[in-house]
Design a protein around this ligand. Structure first.
Ligand SMILES: Cc1cc2nc3c(=O)[nH]c(=O)nc-3n(C[C@H](O)[C@H](O)[C@H](O)COP(=O)(O)OP(=O)(O)OC[C@H]3O[C@@H](n4cnc5c(N)ncnc54)[C@H](O)[C@@H]3O)c2cc1C
Length: 386
């Protein structure tokens, strides 16, 4: 790898870069051994490496969020399956950190064991009718004594077929008001909980996606996250965390794809010269480096803001911009690599085979980019609503 490429790839603080490299080296043999095993066996192997363990709040630099992001990048660089990395990243940043640092100590104590890998969480918001509009949700929780009774269904949920507990959003009031929704931590072995359909995905196929069905599920009052009616606030926190750093899982695959494409363009002969001697090819490679550089800088900047204790409500616009920017750069970078690989991009047996669906899925999950653009414009003062 050239010095210039290496320096594009190492634009962070030295101790963070060291952590990425150390974790890549630690993970490489484990990733190789875990290859081909089922999802839960691979999950446990990654958990045994410590990737799900959060550093204590206030840990010295690199802070806990930066540390977790660096470990995820190292794991991706070691060649871990992107679907597995996505699922780990989604649990760490979209569930573990918000439960620990935003929702409260009680909630965290009930799930802290997930850091050892023996139990999995999922985030159950979307329903068959749609995901973008939370107020269209039909899942309901009605008060009964000290507790609640939950009815409904959540669909297209990452890890639902294998998860042990779910953060479930449900309607606790009928109107379309900011206080109509509540969030619950639901053990998935309770009477009345069933796993519905499992969906085969073209994107990130390693991690299963499924449906959760709730039929008169009795929940104790302690299942409530926050207070009754604070579901939208919990959702704002989990989604801001997710949007800020979930695309960290893409950094490893982006770096690997750039390095492999540079190698390929440098070695392949075309028209009596090296392919990489074409300015058009060189421009595509530069655009790939630009996409990666921009993504890395933004993701680590978000991690630093979270480590500094910035409340997620102040980060909503920046988190949305980061999610839009990195997901679109991931798609762009993969598009350039696909063009430069020619036919090999479409042959699964070749190491230049491209996965276009997984980057494209990032345009949709954690909030479709079109809707996030509207949110950002609203926060800037435009009179625009979804
Ligand atoms: C890989 C993957 C993993 C997922 N994991 C989870 C999970 O773990 N938990 C979970 O709850 N959900 C999950 N989802 C679902 C995801 O959150 C939803 O797909 C997402 O919220 C969008 O909802 P939808 O698919 O119903 O799209 P829709 O709401 O139907 O929107 C589709 C498109 O319509 C356009 N559109 C619609 N309304 C507007 C508007 N008002 N303004 C502008 N454009 C608009 C946009 O282009 C938008 O992208 C996952 C999705 C994917 C792809």
């Amino acid at each position: 790898m050239s010095a210039a490429l290496a320096s594009v790839l190492r634009s962070g603080a030295p101790e963070t870069e060291q952590l990425v490299d150390d974790f890549r080296d630690l993970a490489e043999p484990v990733v190789r051994q875990a290859e081909g095993k089922d999802f839960l066996a691979q999950w446990q192997a990654m958990a045994d490496l410590g990737v799900l363990r959060l550093a204590p709040p206030g840990a010295t630099a690199p802070g806990p969020v930066t540390r977790s992001l660096a470990m995820i990048e190292g794991l991706g660089l070691a060649g871990a399956d992107p679907g597995l990395c996505y699922a780990l990243t989604s649990q760490i940043f979209g569930m573990q950190f918000p439960l620990r640092d935003a929702v409260g100590a009680d909630a965290w104590q009930r799930v802290a064991d997930v850091q050892e890998g023996g139990a999995l969480l999922c985030h159950a918001l979307t329903e068959r009718g749609g995901g973008s509009d939370p107020f269209s949700m039909r899942t309901r929780a009605r008060r009964e004594g000290e507790g609640f009774v939950l009815d409904g269904a959540k669909t297209f949920i990452t890890a639902a077929p294998v998860a042990d507990r779910a953060i479930v959003f449900a309607r606790t009031a009928e109107e379309r008001s900011p206080f109509a929704l509540s969030a619950f931590l639901v053990p998935l072995d309770l009477p009345g909980v069933r796993r519905g359909e499992t969906f085969t995905k073209t994107a990130l196929p390693t991690v299963p996606m499924g449906e959760l069905l709730f039929d008169e599920v009795r929940l104790p009052g302690s299942a409530l996250l926050g207070r009754q009616g604070s579901g939208l606030a919990v959702m704002a926190s989990t989604t801001a965390w997710e949007r800020a750093v979930i695309l960290g899982y893409a950094l490893g695959p982006m770096r690997r794809l750039l390095a492999r494409t540079v190698e390929w363009a440098a070695e392949r002969n075309h028209f009596g010269r090296r392919m990489g001697a074409s300015h058009q090819v060189a421009a595509r490679v530069s655009d790939m480096a630009l996409a990666l550089h921009r993504s890395r800088v933004q993701l680590y900047a978000m991690a630093a803001r979270l480590d500094a204790g910035t409340p997620t409500r102040l980060l909503a616009a920046e988190a949305a911009l980061t999610k839009i920017s990195v997901s679109e750069d991931y798609v762009r970078l993969t598009g350039h690599a696909t063009a430069l690989a020619g036919v090999r991009a479409f042959l699964p047996g070749f190491d230049l085979a491209a996965d276009l669906a997984s980057p494209a899925a990032a345009l949709t999950y954690a909030g479709p980019n079109d809707l996030l653009r509207v949110n950002v414009a609203r926060q800037l003062g435009l009179p625009v609503e979804n």
